[in-house]
Design a protein around this ligand. Structure first.
Ligand code: MCN
Length: 738
């Protein structure tokens, strides 16, 4: 059985030896290079632009030449434009497009374009954007508030509470930091099709968006996604450069390529998070939570990107792992003069988990109850599933207390508490846990499995991996069903001409939907093969076994190879399916960590880290552990130092990897990652998502550990928030000393 086995990733040898093909490795003869002239101001009117004398062969375009338009997801908003239409609304917004024979000439020419701006007042923070008289991103809307969801106010929300605790937390913006920046190459072919190679998370989605924005028939577009060097949610967004490259290729009849620089990537590849959340929790003196008010304000940036979906997902998850009888909520999305905000690993669920789990620790301090004990008293009971929360989410299955207890045991929670009581040197010790539940796998996905006349198996999937290892895990599933070795299976993805439809990869949807679709298609094919083999071998269908690439009659050496059967069927035997899930799945777990803070420098070091995660049945533990590790790395960095910063006029201060710090190996310790296994009833494999779990549990666990240490040293709870950089931690401790 390959399902559940520690199979090494089949994609890695090619990638780590530099033999993967990424967008920028593809360059047909005659390729033109696209560069963008970008706004240096957060808000302004374009009062002059000079595109003359940019050099031989250089062509430059403004919105007047390329009036590309597409709808923003929220109805009332004006259409987005690929190039600014008279007004710029964020630093980095494309103002003009330049194409040239080579990349450096295009960059130089873009730098030579002269643009004059009349500055307009801007708003960079959501609080300022909501204030009366704030400069408006779209004056025609009359407000920067463009998204509102939630519940009516609830009478008696905190009835029965002995304590009502309210705190506001900033969950700051972070940049996706993928190694391969965004890239696209559009190639007109002789048949009249535009072939678009793009580093993207959803080939079919991109094809449809390009078709709509460029006015091209879907059938005249083919999107191919080669290797992708990370996406983290950001490569699911639709960006101005994409329709620009496509239309310029059609207009010039030549391939057009755009590959962004790291600075462009940090400036305009959709940032994530960007929520400010006020959590009010009411509880009895012995720690029973009676009511929750959850109000969050999401920064949308200057246009509606995937932040709109993130806010929806935050709302779905505000109840966390707890029984909360009454929940009042208000979820707002606000425009600012900054680059549009989209999804970052977790896309709304880590935001909910951070705010709630951090608030639970604050409540524990108010009640003088140990935070682990407070959690235990409120966790949803394992017998209560399916469990409908106060916001209408229907959790499929869970065993939250087991995860919490296991995490505390492995962390040595009680021993750390004892150490805190006696330790007297200059090091502050803090311990924090976070119990999380998130949501994954809604919708449907396509899977197709075929046996060819050479005995190999081909899997076609509508998912679009960009680091998650689907070529390995889908092969494991198909090989088990068909009784063939793993290396007989080839997984094909990321080409709209080959895979008829697909939802791509985001929201940890792939295993539950794509993996299941592959499993169902493979099972249907195995059934058909057994049927055909029974006829051919004149045996009972129930006696046919699929082993070693053959269908054999049990207990005999009579059999027929799958290759022969495919040959007889005209060269291929194939089955496909569209799996539609009856419900979402809810991965969960508890993360815990111990931190040490140096009083003299303010530096926070992680001493130990435990992750207990439950993603249902596991297809491949090597891959799920890798996913957990990667997510933790990002979540820890978010809590401790990573963050996008703008100055007061909207300039990006963190525009390169010297000023925007991403995590390094030395920032982490070996992670003790263990799992519990609670299958979901919502797909036949029993798998839940895992891709975002690490990023969801880690940020609040670290933040709780840091605040545990700091509040023990007398730091005021409101004195400091994420990220806990040494300068801020030192300043907070200094205030206590003074
Ligand atoms: N898996 C498994 N058993 C399970 C669940 C999953 O073996 N019970 C395996 C799957 O078969 C798949 C992998 O784990 O190989 C992740 O599966 P899943 O949780 O379904 O998530 P997706 O494949 O849909 O990946 C999306 C998720 C998201 S939303 C982001 S963001 C993210 C992430 O995955 N970005 C990543 N992981 C990333 N990993 C890398 N290297 N790079 C990114 O950009």
């Amino acid at each position: 059985m390959l399902f559940g086995a520690r199979v090494a990733r089949v994609e890695d040898s090619q990638l780590v030896t530099g033999r993967g093909t990424f967008v920028d490795d593809i360059e047909p003869a005659g390729t033109l290079h696209l560069a963008l002239v970008r706004s240096p101001v957060a808000h302004g009117e374009i009062t002059g632009i000079d595109l003359d004398d940019l050099g031989p062969g250089v062509q430059a375009f403004t919105d007047a030449d390329l009036p590309i338009r597409w709808k923003q997801v929220i109805g009332d908003l004006p259409e987005r434009t690929a190039l600014a239409n008279g007004v710029v609304r964020y630093v980095g917004e494309p103002v003009a497009a330049v194409i040239a024979e080579d990349r450096h000439q295009a960059w130089d020419a873009a730098a030579d374009v002269w643009v004059e701006y009349a500055d307009r007042p801007s708003v960079i923070e959501t609080s300022a954007a909501l204030a009366a008289g704030a400069p408006l991103v779209y004056p025609e809307l009359g407000s920067n508030l463009v998204y509102r969801s939630g519940s009516d106010p609830i009478d008696g929300l905190f009835d029965g509470a002995d304590v009502v605790m309210e705190r506001t937390f900033s969950n700051h913006r972070i940049a996706p930091g993928m190694l391969e920046t965004r890239g696209i190459l559009a190639v007109p072919d002789e048949a009249g099709t535009l072939v678009v190679y793009c580093s993207h998370q959803s080939p079919h989605g991109l094809r449809d968006q390009l078709a709509a924005a460029c006015g091209i028939a879907v059938d005249d577009l083919r999107v191919v996604v080669p290797e992708v060097g990370g996406g983290f949610g950001s490569k699911a967004s639709f960006y101005p450069e994409y329709p620009l490259a496509a239309l310029l290729a059609l207009r010039t009849g030549r391939p057009v390529k755009f590959v962004e620089t790291r600075t462009e990537n940090l400036a305009v590849a959709a940032h994530g998070r960007g929520q400010t959340t006020t959590v009010t929790l009411g509880a009895t003196a012995d720690g029973e939570i009676v009511g929750l008010r959850f109000r969050t304000v999401g920064d949308m940036g200057a246009a509606v990107d995937n932040q709109r979906w993130c806010l929806h997902l935050t709302e779905q998850m505000v109840s966390g792992c707890y029984v909360i009888p009454r929940i009042e909520r208000e979820i707002l999305g606000v425009l600012t003069h900054t680059a549009p905000v989209g999804a970052f690993r977790g896309a709304g669920r880590p935001e909910a988990a951070f705010a709630l789990e951090h608030a639970v620790d604050h409540l524990a301090r108010r009640l003088e109850i140990d935070p682990v004990e407070l959690r235990r008293r409120n966790l949803i009971d394992p017998d209560s599933f399916p469990y409908e929360t106060g916001v209408g989410s229907i959790y499929d299955s869970g065993s939250y207390r087991v995860a919490l207890d296991l995490a505390c045991e492995r962390l040595g929670y009680e021993a750390v508490r004892a150490e805190q009581r006696i330790r007297g040197d200059g090091v502050l010790v803090g311990v924090g846990v976070a119990s999380y539940v998130e949501l994954a796998g809604g919708g449907q996905e396509y899977g197709e499995v075929g046996v060819l006349a050479d005995g190999t198996v081909t899997v076609k999937t509508g998912t679009s991996p960009h680091g998650q290892g689907h070529r390995t895990t889908w092969a494991q599933i198909a090989a088990d069903e068909l009784g063939v070795p793993l290396d007989a299976v080839t997984v094909i993805h990321g080409d709209t001409a080959v895979v008829p439809r697909g939802g791509g990869t985001s929201g940890s949807r792939s295993a539950a939907l794509g993996g299941t679709a592959v499993g169902l298609a493979a099972a249907a094919l195995a059934d058909r093969i057994r049927e055909l083999a029974a006829e051919r071998l004149e045996a009972d269908r129930a006696d046919i076994r699929l082993v070693g690439g053959s269908a054999v009659v049990a207990g005999t050496d009579v059999g027929v190879t799958l290759a022969e059967m495919a040959e007889s069927a005209g060269g291929i035997l194939t089955e496909s399916t569209d799996f539609v899930t009856p419900g979402l799945n809810y991965p969960f777990g508890t993360h815990g960590c111990v931190v040490e803070i140096d009083r003299t420098t303010g530096e926070v070091a992680i001493r130990s880290y435990v992750a207990v995660d439950d993603c249902g049945r596991v297809i491949n533990p090597v891959i799920t552990e890798g996913q957990i590790h990667g997510g933790i790395c990002q979540g820890v960095a978010h809590a401790l130092f990573e963050g996008v910063r703008h100055d007061a006029s909207g300039n990006l201060v963190t525009a390169n990897w010297s000023t925007y710090r991403i995590p390094a190996l030395t920032d982490l310790v070996p992670i003790d990652a263990v799992r519990t296994e609670t299958p979901t009833p919502n797909n036949p494999l029993g798998v839940k998502g895992v891709g975002e779990a690490g990023a969801t549990g880690s940020t609040p666990a670290v933040a709780n550990a840091v605040m545990d240490a700091l509040t023990r040293a007398g730091v005021d709870e409101d004195a400091i928030g994420m990220p806990y950089t040494p300068d801020k931690v030192w300043a907070a401790l200094q205030e206590v000393r003074e």
